[in-house]
Design a protein around this ligand. Structure first.
Ligand code: FPP
Ligand code: ZN
Length: 484
């Protein structure tokens, strides 16, 4: 078999071209002999790695990670879940007690005991509770102070629809995503919380098509004058990046029920899906890069973008941008944007699902267990989860089913009377209508490489998502039609 071609460059050597050349040389050594038979997934070794890492906690040289304790637990628990492993009741209880010690008395969760509340670890703590928690005393779910958390969320809201990630901290679209997921899971959505958020997301889209971390909130044409809030579109702040793009697009998907309930208006925020799709597609590496994803233009492939960028295609499908042929017989879409119509017939051959699986299996797995950015880097829990979740999204077609959404709406206990209740019902049914398309999963290599499907927006399994949402919305979720 001939060797794949090296990436072309213009012979002007820079640090960037050197890193690219070095990476290609290393990745070449990880090319499988048979492209359809990549290295098998070493589930046991990865489980052992995760357990070891969790028990040891962050090594002392990672003191800066002290505020990421909820993340370490979430990465570990969700990696277990996608690999189909559940904790025993004792370990679940230990995890619940640990998480609840991170709750701040004034609402939200901090990055460790006694730490200030922060929107981002709040997401990690609540998702970890979705996996291990339960209703009732000591179960975690009913000990979450939702009133105080809601007050905390409102207190970090800015007039332009952005959220600070914590008091006296910065605006970042990661905060928007984390806050929206938490508010969805815990039934805390209100029009007040969501007002202006779509316009903020829109303002983060860059000329490349991907999203940056934030946008310029204020603009003063007169240097001496008081700063005035700039109307949309505001200039994005910084470079398009896969992490921010996932957070923006997933937030946009979560905002669809809210947008659908708004009165039609000319100023309705919209995204440029044409440039977004083009940018996402260009983030997938070539054959010599084993089909892994990059996080930004002219940077290197990295296993974690398997989820942050690879996961965006399912999100686009829910907006009708990348077509998914569903058993429902209709094209799944909850879109509010006209331009999407023209893009609805593009199928997911736009990205190479098999190649991504090859990157994760051949380059992402560390021989001693755990998954990583790229060889020869060490494994860590963050890359372990996002490689495994990326593997899952490459294996399964998960789409938003209108049939499923209708069934969930039909089983809603009492008809919604206010717009507030309508919003909650719409967000509940929208979030829970993600459905795996039967018979279309594509597992590269041995069947043991199969991951569980994961919710494309929340990155929790459907079972965990349904469990926690049914509890907080006080609804019974209709069972899914039996597989035939
Ligand atoms: C650049 O790192 C990384 C960023 C600028 C931020 C990445 C953001 C995420 C991964 C999203 C996280 C999401 C949540 C919900 C918290 P780098 O310069 O080391 O990497 P690069 O060269 O690949 O850009
Ligand atoms: Zn990474």
């Amino acid at each position: 078999m001939s060797q794949p071609r090296r990436s072309p460059h213009d012979s002007y050597e820079t640090e960037t071209t050197d890193h690219q050349t070095e990476t290609e040389t290393i990745l070449l050594k990880h090319l499988p002999r048979n492209p359809n038979l990549p290295s098998p997934l070493q589930k046991d070794a990865h489980l052992q790695f995760l357990i070891r890492n969790l028990i040891q906690g962050f090594p002392s040289r990672y003191i800066s990670q002290d505020a990421s304790q909820p993340w370490l637990l979430y990465w570990t628990l969700q990696s277990f879940s996608v690999m189909g492993v559940a904790l025993d009741p004792d370990n679940k209880q230990k995890a619940i007690d640990t998480i609840m010690a991170w709750q701040h008395p004034d609402g939200g969760f901090g990055g460790g005991p006694g730490q200030a509340a922060h929107v981002v670890p709040t997401y990690a703590a609540v998702c970890a509770l979705a996996i291990v928690g339960r209703p009732g005393p000591g179960g975690g779910w009913d000990q979450i102070d939702r009133e105080k958390m809601y007050e905390f969320f409102l207190s970090v809201k800015q007039s332009d629809g952005a959220f600070l990630v914590a008091h006296h901290a910065e605006v970042d679209v990661r905060g928007t995503y984390c806050l929206l997921v938490t508010a969805h899971l815990l039934n805390m959505l209100t029009p007040e919380l969501l007002e202006g958020v779509p316009a903020f997301i829109m303002s983060c889209q860059t000329y490349e098509g991907g999203f940056s971390s934030a946008s310029q909130p204020y603009f003063s044409p007169e240097p001496e004058g008081p700063p005035t809030l700039l109307d949309s579109p505001r200039p994005p702040l910084g470079e398009a990046h896969g992490g921010y793009t996932f957070c923006s697009l997933a937030s946009w998907v979560m905002l669809q029920p809210y947008l659908a309930l708004q009165k039609p208006s000319l100023q309705r925020p919209s995204l440029n899906f044409k440039t977004l799709l083009r940018w996402l597609v260009q983030m997938q590496g070539s054959e010599i890069e084993l089909g892994g994803f990059k996080g930004r233009t002219n940077k290197l492939v990295d296993g974690c973008y398997s989820w942050w960028v690879g996961g965006c295609f399912a999100l686009l499908s829910s907006l009708g941008i990348v077509g998914v042929h569903s058993h429902d017989g209709n094209h799944e879409s909850s879109t509010t944007h006209q331009e999407e119509e023209a893009w609805g017939d593009i199928d997911d051959s736009l990205w190479d699902r098999a190649a991504l699986q090859r990157y994760i299996l051949c380059a992402g797995q560390h021989p001693a267990g755990g998954l990583r950015d790229k060889p020869p880097k060490p494994a860590d829990s963050y890359h372990t989860l996002y490689c495994l979740a990326g593997l899952s999204s490459a294996q399964h077609n998960v789409f938003l089913s209108s049939t499923r959404q209708d069934a969930i709406v039909r089983s809603w206990k009492t008809p919604p009377e206010s717009t507030h209740e309508q919003l909650r019902q719409a967000c509940f049914s929208h979030s829970l209508s993600w459905t795996e398309e039967e018979g279309t999963s594509h597992i590269l290599g041995t069947p043991n490489n199969r991951m569980n499907a994961t919710h494309p927006v929340f990155n929790l399994t459907m079972t965990h998502t349904e469990g926690i949402m049914a509890h907080f919305y006080k609804q019974t979720i209709p069972s899914r039609p039996k597989k035939t």
